[in-house]
Design a protein around this ligand. Sequence first.
Ligand code: 8YV
Length: 317
Amino acid sequence: MKPEILQLNPILIPEISAKLNERYTVRPYYLQADKAAYLAEHGANIRGVVTGGHTGITRAVMEQLPNVEVIAVNGVGTDAVDLAYAHDRGIRVTATIGALTEDVADLAIGLLISACRGLNTGDRFVRSGQWATSPTPLAPLPLARQFSGMRVGIVGLGRVGRAVATRAAAFGCPISYTDLSAMSDVPYTFVSDLVELARQSDALIVAAAADKAKGIINAQVLEALGQEGYLINVARGSLVNEPDLIAALQSGAIAGAGLDVFVDEPRAPAELFDLETVVLQPHRASATVQTRTRMGEMVLASLAAVLEGREPVGAVA
Ligand code: 8YV
């Protein structure tokens, strides 16, 4: 009999999905209307879980899975999994560490260029037919902010933060960062205080793990970033105090923002929708065929390793 897997998030690569269904009896929890009844029916048979980084798994659901051995996160963030509880129960938790670094860093730079160069504004200007009626250079489009050479401050110099730094450095941007401590293997400037980092930066790029850093991007940090400053977030919405960010954008306390992540996904704050200075994405940083294929292969490998009694790659618990 094939082991049973509870699936909390869809897998969008058909080949990966096919392999998952070939090897296991997959229980698509995310499709169920009555989730409690579904868990009551199947919970005891579940040996593995597949979930997404943002979705994670609640402790309440884990409690309904007495025989679960592995939670394979199809993502790198494990902030939505109660790791201490998993550890106490001997449940292995794995993440797709390293698989999505390049894509997330690419999107961070893309969002920053998009925000400071006003790509969305320009796109709408052409599509709406306005360009034809008021041709440049007289068009009512403000001049943009140059990206090359911007002072970039990175919040969290992990894998993604480092990949962002490499990219920004190639654009001639001086790089500073903050993290728990200075790192001796990078040529970038360490600034221990986040407010100070914001003060010294033209763009702040958030790439930190969210486990212990809720709301660190607050009014004080945004004030320090200043009227010419941009905020980019490709990590987790919870790292940012959203009401403070909305207020800063509405008042012009910062110049703009590029956001891929939000506190209450899939709901992004409606106040952001009217702001021309903001570029929004629906949590898409890792959403390329190449990366999602790599991530899916890692999820399959993690499930197989644990269920066959081997040590999984990418174990965080
Ligand atoms: C994914 C993520 O969108 O890696 C993470 O932690 O949040 C994202 O890469 C998500 O995990 C896809 O399921």
